[in-house]
Design a protein around this ligand. Structure first.
Ligand code: SAH
Length: 409
């Protein structure tokens, strides 16, 4: 047995359960553990050993969670202290350097949790404002360490915490939100993305305020919209529009009219401000505050048809057990969207449910096209942006998938 003496707290795996850890998967489930020594509490550092007594990895312990340990080091030496985390943050931030240098964008994800070697930590930058989420017992215990290091490394005006998310419940943690360092942020933080302006409500908005993961897909969409025949006054439908980021891209690319559908009045109102912030006339926008499942049917009855449709629903499946129900939901909205597509039009359709695979998603969309009686070609495959990388050791990190589907005339 090597290095046993180094670890005050350790966990021994059941015989034959070491393979995922040896392949560097960052999670150890409670069912894989045979013995826990040293009485680790929430967020404590533990060393992980195989049943044969080989030291395998280090991680944070979370007694309340089915994911009992989140691993972040496979080295022999103890991975601890600010020096270790400074290096990890530096590495993650460094990997975004080319994005920072590329012109016209001031908002990106700096740290993407497991896939950046810091399980449970999300760090998003919105100009001078940093927003963090601490999703696990391990990261919750390191709140001050991360806040101090980010102040030192990035010197933002503000570090704000948005750990008001349900998943913390699975770690036995309560929701937390509020100012961590610096000054209170303004009610809306202005960002630039690919040359367009957006106003972000970091206190109340979804995720940390904005769907940063869709940046590259917005860029693709904008390029697609720019190919539309402007003399024909092309019309766009943005379903689950949130604060209208895809709509602003459509307007920038010359769409004559944009229809937004969202259930949230606040999101639509902020969407209007985003249209104004970019200097577009609000008369080009129609907002429908409604349940998308109902609103889509209504548009069909009214014989509305669109050149471009974006379908970016919230997560329908949080776990494997939701997959069937979620699949029906995805099929229904895609079916309705295909009915609303003009010949030659393109539907850009997404799923952000990790439990729905790319393959299954394509099958669902196929089923929808078949039922709609439309002849559809896939012209593009989309995923989360490069600042939301997926470690090959952690395929669970891939959640966003999308297809661009052209209706053959
Ligand atoms: N495409 C957006 C993000 C969409 S987030 C962007 O790029 O910024 C999902 C949105 O769906 C949220 O704004 C939420 O208010 C809305 N939503 C959730 N359920 C809905 C429903 N049943 N009908 C309409 N909108 C809904």
């Amino acid at each position: 047995m090597t290095n046993t003496m180094k670890a005050e707290r350790l966990v021994i795996l059941k015989p034959g359960r070491e393979a995922p850890t040896m392949r560097r998967h960052p999670w150890i489930f409670s069912g894989s553990i045979t013995m826990v020594q040293g009485n680790p509490g929430p967020g404590d550092l533990v060393a992980v050993y195989s049943a044969e007594g080989d030291q395998l990895a280090w991680g944070h312990y979370s007694p309340a969670s089915q994911i009992r340990i989140r691993l972040f080091s496979w080295a022999q030496d103890i991975p601890d202290g600010p020096g270790f985390w400074r290096q990890r943050l530096q590495r993650a931030i460094g990997l975004r350097e080319s994005l920072r240098r590329s012109s016209g964008t001031t908002a990106y994800r700096l740290v993407n949790a497991e896939s950046d070697g810091i399980p449970g930590l999300i760090v998003d930058q919105y100009g001078d404002v940093i927003v963090i989420q601490l999703l696990t017992a391990g990261t919750d215990a390191l709140r001050d360490t991360f806040a101090d290091l980010l102040m030192e490394m990035i010197a933002p005006l503000t570090i704000y915490e948005r750990s008001d998310v349900d998943v913390r419940g699975q770690e036995g943690l309560l929701p937390v939100a509020g100012l961590l360092r610096g000054v209170e942020p303004p009610p809306l933080v202005d960002i630039t993305e690919l040359g367009l302006t957006y106003r972000v409500d970091i206190r109340n908005g979804h995720k940390t305020g904005f769907y940063l993961d869709q940046r590259e897909n917005r860029q693709r969409f904008r390029a697609l919209a720019a190919t539309q025949d402007q003399s024909a006054a092309p019309v766009m439908l943005n379903v689950f529009s949130y604060t209208g980021a895809f709509s602003v891209c459509g307007l920038a690319a010359g769409m004559a009219r944009v229809v937004n559908i969202d259930a949230s009045e606040d999101a639509l109102a902020l969407g209007q401000r985003n249209v104004a912030a970019n200097g577009y006339d609000s008369s080009r926008i129609t907002d429908i505050q409604a349940d998308a499942f109902v609103a889509l049917r209504k548009l069909r009855q009214q014989s509305e048809r669109f050149d471009l449709i974006v379908l970016d629903p919230p997560k329908f499946a949080s776990a494997q057990r939701d997959v069937q129900r979620a699949s029906r939901g995805y099929k229904d909205i895609n079916l309705q969207a295909f009915h609303l597509l003009k010949p030659g039009g393109t539907l850009t359709t997404f799923s952000c449910s990790g439990a729905i695979s790319e393959d299954l998603f394509q099958k669902i969309v196929f089923g929808a096209a078949l039922d709609a009686g439309r002849d559809i070609q896939i012209t593009g495959r989309l995923s989360q942006g490069s600042d939301h990388p997926v470690a090959l050791t952690f395929p669970e990190g891939a959640y966003l998938k999308g297809l661009t589907c052209r209706a053959v005339e």
